[in-house]
Design a protein around this ligand. Structure first.
Ligand code: PLP
Length: 350
């Protein structure tokens, strides 16, 4: 009767195979693989041929190493736990020139990549001259350069073009170093969708698309998307309320006519976003409106055909993350990350 979170590892693998056939992929598996579960996602992507993984969390990086000794694991965020980084052969991103100066000695013996800050203004070097100063340091093992675009998902492409050009300028300035670097990467799902693999880049570095969700503003028919997650619940009770009656805390629903309410076993405690409750659920192939969102329950206005035990679908191929993003609920990652997977019964469906 509890809410169910269902994962298709096969779809993740198929998506990995498809993308890898177009460009080498660094799989972004941060936040428990966008909440798909790090181990299941890793196994699926590995089976699909991916050998490079990136996360922001050292704990996840160490876990990835426990799954496989050979893969490349890139830590996107800085860490000063140099012992652990060395022990588990985790590639560290140097986030700034000052970090480099401060930890120069500790960085020896690690594999490193440099990040260009660009317009995101999160982490990174300010420009090629700063990066050159580190690339010149022969005692360090540097195997890559990367950046992250701030505007790839924007409809307005001027700002995106501007940041891409800034990055291309950096690469041009560093051109003498590039042939010896096996990892030059910048493109998230949206950037890859716009431009394919950019010249001079060795990999794309994608999350959303790998999990089967396309950027909404740039639909490219030739790239498949297969949402790998389904979320459903059950009808635990059907209640009839008379016109004028209410249901839920503080009369959250006021019946204007005699109404049938299905009480469904999922709520915001499972991580269902408030905005999702503005859109219907599917029961027995029909769509019904959510009237009240509670911590562990939904009250859904239904008809006489709905009964106890029926499946209540919140997300599937028809009620897709992509379609809800288009309707303003939030990015795929926001919808996914909100789920408290421990509160669900979890099932790998294939
Ligand atoms: C540094 C970095 N690279 C790549 C990605 C992947 O982005 P997307 O899921 O849009 O492909 C992310 C996600 O936020 C990120 O933070």
């Amino acid at each position: 009767m509890t809410a169910q979170f269902m994962l298709s590892k096969k779809r993740l693998t198929d998506q990995a195979v498809d993308l890898s056939s177009i460009a080498p992929v660094i799989a972004v598996v941060k936040n428990d693989a966008y909440n798909h579960g790090l181990k299941d996602a890793f196994e699926s992507f590995y089976a699909g041929g991916i050998r490079s993984f990136a996360t922001t969390s050292l704990k996840e990086a160490v876990r990835l190493r426990s799954f496989n000794q050979e893969i490349m694991i890139l830590l996107l965020d800085p860490s000063t736990d140099f012992e652990t980084l060395k022990k588990y052969s985790i590639t560290l991103t140097i986030p700034s020139l000052s970090f480099y100066h401060k930890h120069k000695e500790d960085l020896k013996g690690l594999t490193l990549q440099l990040v260009f800050k660009n317009k995101l203004n999160r982490l990174g070097f300010n420009g090629s001259s700063e990066m050159k100063a580190v690339l010149e340091e022969s005692s360090l093992t540097i195997n890559g350069l990367w950046t992250h675009f701030a505007f790839a998902y924007d409809g307005d492409s001027d700002r995106y073009t501007h940041e891409v050009n800034a990055w291309k300028h950096v690469l041009q300035e560093l051109k003498d170093y590039l042939p010896s670097l096996p990892y030059i990467h910048a493109q998230n799902s949206a950037s890859f969708y716009r431009d394919g693999l950019m010249p001079g880049h060795t990999h794309i570095r994608v999350g959303a698309l790998l999990y089967g969700t396309r950027p909404i503003d740039q639909p490219h028919a030739h790239i498949h998307s297969r949402q790998a997650v389904r979320v459903d619940a059950s009808v635990v009770e059907v209640t009839r309320v008379k016109a004028g009656d209410s249901a839920g805390y503080s009369a959250a629903f006021k019946a204007t006519k005699d109404t049938c309410l299905a009480i469904c076993s999922i709520g915001y405690g499972n991580g269902l976003l408030k905005e999702r409750a503005h859109f219907p659920v599917a029961i027995n192939g029909n769509l019904y409106p959510i009237r009240v969102l509670m911590m562990s329950h939904l009250l859904v206005e239904v008809d006489e055909t709905v009964s106890i035990g029926d499946h209540v679908i919140l997300y599937d191929d028809s009620l897709s993350f992509e379609s809800f993003t288009r309707q303003g609920i939030g990015a795929f990652s926001e919808q996914m990350a909100a789920f408290n997977r421990d509160t669900f019964s979890y099932q790998v469906i294939d």
